[in-house]
Design a protein around this ligand. Structure first.
Ligand SMILES: C[S@@+](CC[C@H](N)C(=O)[O-])C[C@H]1O[C@@H](n2cnc3c(N)ncnc32)[C@H](O)[C@@H]1O
Length: 247
């Protein structure tokens, strides 16, 4: 009996990790069995659901934003604190925010709909699709703040920041393009540094285990996301890194 349940658990873990791998692959298909998928349709003038965003690969500037301003992407927008502040402060950039949670996306879309500057699109989509959403040299910056840490050992392979992600990020980033990361999580931060150990394509420009004390003047110290605020109130030190593409 015990053996059976252990087997079932192993099977279900295998399935989950296959799902994760599939999200990086060509034949991945979104499922959207969630009432917020339909509800998001009312925002279809700026929200793209599932793989809709993938039809604009290589066309974001010319066909979506109708300008040549730099394209910046945030993965895991959450409640949108950074997306809202940054897009409104910098009306001359093009910004694509994405998150895979349905209800959170809907609540954020309601806030985004009221903003003055419409220099953004929002995707209810997965970060693993980066390489399908954007073409080679199309993106200037990728932001990744307080990602889900997947702390259990058997779940770590679900972490987005891994070789396949770095491959896609390198491809879609312009020469000199950047990845900017903040996290509260010691283990995920060490994991990221490990993934970067033999990485020759990026220069690690910032690496800090205590962002707000060690680099108070850095751009990453100039705003606080919703999750960051929670961690700062608990006196958790914010870890951060930035990578510059050496393309
Ligand atoms: C801990 S929250 C952080 C939200 C926000 N960045 C902040 O700092 O307040 C992580 C967010 O990433 C989203 N997320 C996690 N994995 C993702 C993935 N593979 N693709 C897209 N979004 C993801 C979650 O739905 C969640 O909203």
């Amino acid at each position: 009996m015990v053996e059976k349940s252990v087997n079932l658990e192993a099977k279900s873990e295998k399935k989950k990790s296959n799902d994760k791998d599939r999200a990086f692959s060509h034949d991945f298909q979104y499922s959207h069995d969630n009432p917020y998928h339909e509800k998001l349709e009312i925002f279809d003038h700026f929200v793209l659901r599932d793989d809709e965003g993938e039809t604009y690969q290589n066309k974001w500037q010319a066909e979506v934003f109708n300008n040549q301003a730099p394209l910046e992407v945030e993965i895991g927008t959450g409640y949108g604190h950074f997306m809202i502040e940054h897009t409104q402060k910098h009306p001359h950039i093009n910004f694509v925010g994405l998150d895979h949670r349905f209800k959170r996306s809907f609540h954020l879309a309601k806030k985004l709909a009221k903003l003055e500057h419409k220099n953004f699109r929002y995707l209810r989509a997965r970060g693993e699709r980066l390489g399908f959403l954007f073409g080679e040299d199309e993106v200037s910056k990728i932001y990744y703040f307080f990602p889900d840490p997947w702390p259990k050992k058997r779940h770590r392979k679900k972490r987005l920041f891994q070789k396949r992600f770095l491959d896609e990020a390198f491809r879609v980033l312009k020469p000199g393009g950047e990845i900017l990361v903040k996290t509260d999580h010691d283990d995920y931060f060490s994991w990221m540094l490990d993934e970067l150990k033999n990485e020759k394509r990026f220069k690690l420009e910032l690496k800090t285990f205590d962002l707000h004390t060690e680099a108070p003047e850095h751009f990453l110290s100039s705003f606080v996301t919703k999750f960051e605020k929670i961690f700062l109130e608990k006196n958790v030190k914010i870890k951060a890194l930035t990578l510059k593409s050496l393309k």
